[in-house]
Design a protein around this ligand. Sequence first.
Ligand SMILES: [Zn+2]
Length: 532
Amino acid sequence: MKEGVSQMWMLPKMSVDDIIMYLRKSRTDDPALTVQEVLSKHEQMLDDWVVRNIPDDGRKIPEANRYREVVSGETIESRPCVQEVLRRVESPRVKAVLVVEPQRLSRGDLEDIGRLVKLLRYSNTIVITLQYTYDLRDERDRDMFERELKRGNEFLEYQKRIMGNGRLLSVQNGNFIGQKPPYGYNKVVIKEGKRKCHTLEPDPERAPVVKMVFEMYAGGTSATQIARTLRTMGVTTADGGKWVTSSVKQMLTNDHYIGMVHWNKRKTVKVVEDGEVVATRPRNADFLVYPGKHQPIIEKELWDAVQAIKGNIPPIKSRARYANPFAGLVVCQCGGKMVRQQFVRDGVERCAPRLVCPNQAECHTASCSLPEFTEAVIEALEKGIKDFELMMANAPEDDATQQERLIAQLEKRLAELDRLELAQWDKYTQEAMPKHIFNALNKKVVQEKEETLQALKTAMETLPIRVDYEKKRETFAAAVRTLQDPNASVKEKNLLLKQCIERIDYNRKPKQSDNRRFGNPEPLELEFQFKV
Ligand SMILES: [Zn+2]
C-alpha cells in the first residue's frame, strides 16, 4: 500500500537493466532551450534518481535502454521512440519506465491514453516519475496516472486553439508561420516593439542558388536540366537530399521568393485510414497570400518571366470568378445563388456593381448594389462580434458546468467499464474462464468503452466554449477589417467571409412606387446563418 506522495510502498527489487528511460521535450519546457539542452538536463535528473533509489547497483541505465525523442509529435503514432518503448514494454524483461512526469509519455488524445494505460498495466510495467511511482494494476494509481495524462491533453487542446487564433493575424502582418523555411531562407525571430515575430532571412550561401535556378529557367533551361546541374555542383536540398525535377518545379512556383507569405496553404488534416489516424497535407486551393516582412530573393520581373514560361498566368476567366466577394454565399428567396452584375455601357462602368438573382426572367426579387450589401454584411458581422463578446462575458459558466458534469459522468462510466474489463481478465487468467466466453464478454465491454471514449472525446473537445467564442470573434473581426480594406483582394474577402458565414438568405420586394425608376427601393430582408 502507498500513502500520498511520501510513498511508504517499496520499489520492487530491480536492476538498471530492467528500466527504460524515456526523454522528450514538451511545449511546457522553456522554449529558449533546444531539444538537446532539455533532454540532457532531464537525463541528468533521471540519472540522479537512479543513484538515489537503486544505490546497490552502482551502475547507470545502459545506453540501449535510453530513448531520446527528438521529433515533437503529440500522438504516439508520430513519435518513433515512444513506439519502440511500448514494444519493449511488452517484454517481461522490462519492469519500469522512467520519465520526468507522466505527460512525457503521452500528451495525445484519449485513445492514446487508453492504449498506453492498458499496455503498461497488462505488461506489469510500473511508471517511475520524479514525484511518484505508478503501479497501474492499482486502481488509485491508475486514476491518478490517467488524470495526469488527460490534464496534459486538455492543456494541449487549449494551447492549439490559442495558437490557431493568432496565426491568421500573424500572417496578415507578414510573419512567416511555417515550420520549415523555403530553401534559400532561414527562419529568424525579430523584435517589433515588445512582440517577437518570425520571419525569413536570405541564407548567404543558398539564396544565390535560388536566384541561379530562376535565371536558368528564364533562360530556357528545363527543370530536369537544372536539377541535374545542381546535383553535379554538389548542391543539396534543405533536407540534404538530391535535387529532382519536382523539387525544382516547386521552387519555381514558391512565391515566398518574391516576398509573400501564406495562410492555410497546406493545412494538416487528420483522417482515419485503416483505423489509424493519419495526418495529411492536401494541396489546398483556398489559401490567402499576404506581403511578407522578409526580403525577396527574386525580383518581380524575373518571377513573372518564369511564371509566363511555366504557363502559370491565371486565365482571365478564373480571375473574373473572384469578382464577387459574396460568391456562393447569398441565396435568393427563389433558391438561386445571387450573382454579381456589372452594367457597362460604351465600355464604361455606369454604376456600382449589383447583386442580382440569376433567374431574373421569373423571379422579381429586386437587386442590391454591392456597396449597400457590403454595409449590411459588415453590420451583421459586427452584431455577431457583439453577441460573441456578450456570450464570453455571461453564458459560458453554465454551459461549461453542464459539460463538465457530462464529462464527469462519462469518466465514471469509463472507470466502471475498466473495472469490469479487469475483472474479466482476472476470471480469464486466474479462474480459467473459457476463451470464447471471455471473448464474447470482453467484446461487449470494449465496444461500450470505445463508444464512451468517443463521447468523452467529443465532450472534451467542445468544453472550453469560452475560447471558441474568442476564436469566432477574431475571425469575424478579420472579415470586417478585410471588407473595409480597399486594398484587400476579392478572393481574400470571399475566403474570410466563408469562414464566418454559412449562407445569407436574400429577399427584397420590387419597388412599390409607380415610377420604378425613381422610387425608393424596398428595404433588404437578409437572414444570416453564421458558421457554427
Ligand atoms: Zn430569385
